[in-house]
Design a protein around this ligand. Sequence first.
Ligand code: NAD
Length: 294
Amino acid sequence: MSADVIDGKAYATDLKADVAKQVTILKEKYNLVPGLAVVLVGDDPASQIYVRNKNKSTHKAGMNSYEYRMDSDVTEAELLTVVKKLNLDPAVHGILVQLPLPKHINEAAIIDAIAPEKDVDGFHVINSGLLATGGRGMVPCTPLGCIMMLKDRLGSLSGLDAVVVGRSNIVGKPMAQLLLNESCTVTIAHSRTRNLAEVVKRSDIVVAAVGVPELVKGDWIKDGATVIDVGINRIEMADGKTRLVGDVEYAAAAKHAAAITPVPGGVGPMTIAVLLKNTITAACRIAGVDEPKI
Ligand code: NAD
């Protein structure tokens, strides 16, 4: 068996095109221009690239993009002041504080200072609670992108056995909750899980979000399973060059899976597209208008 490649880039291109159409409708019908504010603290190179890409995509979709750069020695109080200002700014519908933050800043305090209706990352405790209780909140972008691709690929997920490897607040836990909301039987595996191979082997859906290169071995994958690889790991090759790999042993897994996301080109591109989609959702809810259907 050779798996179909789930082309996250293509999904993201389609979703971004839909978002751009929604922006046009919102402008014409309600004079509403969705705005996304991104706050970047410090000079972490990976974060700078993410923020640059987010800005570019936001502009391209026809939305307003606001960028706030702060030095790494900014105080928690100063950062809170910026967040509170953005909460009150009517031109800003989505606020994203790029993580990780410097050690002296309490990340949870900053995230929980963001107005929940503008929390387009879906990390606020109110939004986690709404996701867990089936309410209408903002859903974290990476897991939402994964569930969109899974539903598009498989249709109904009801009754399927799913494993999420990794239990972080930003990927693993919300991913598991989304799968549960789709009526999967969900196992959350983590660093203390005994016999991960066995857990993966019985799963129809495998979502790996660990950050350990190729932790999930190809021969653990059940024949016909769908594999979503969230991991992004940069590894050094023998020739000194670096290469990106996921958390799943891709080539070996593709021999068993029915479908698999590549790294790069799988989950990554969808995350930014979903961020734009979440900004549309936030703007419509704040303005009290229906989200345009495309
Ligand atoms: P994290 O470090 O916060 O969490 C990792 C989780 O993996 C932890 O819950 C831990 O228990 C689990 N874990 C660690 N070692 C394990 C092991 N040996 N066996 C089983 N579980 C183990 O990481 P995160 O923020 O959730 O990110 C996970 C990966 O996803 C990283 O590679 C990150 O770069 C990537 N990521 C990608 C996107 C994207 O858009 N594609 C977005 C977010 C994160």
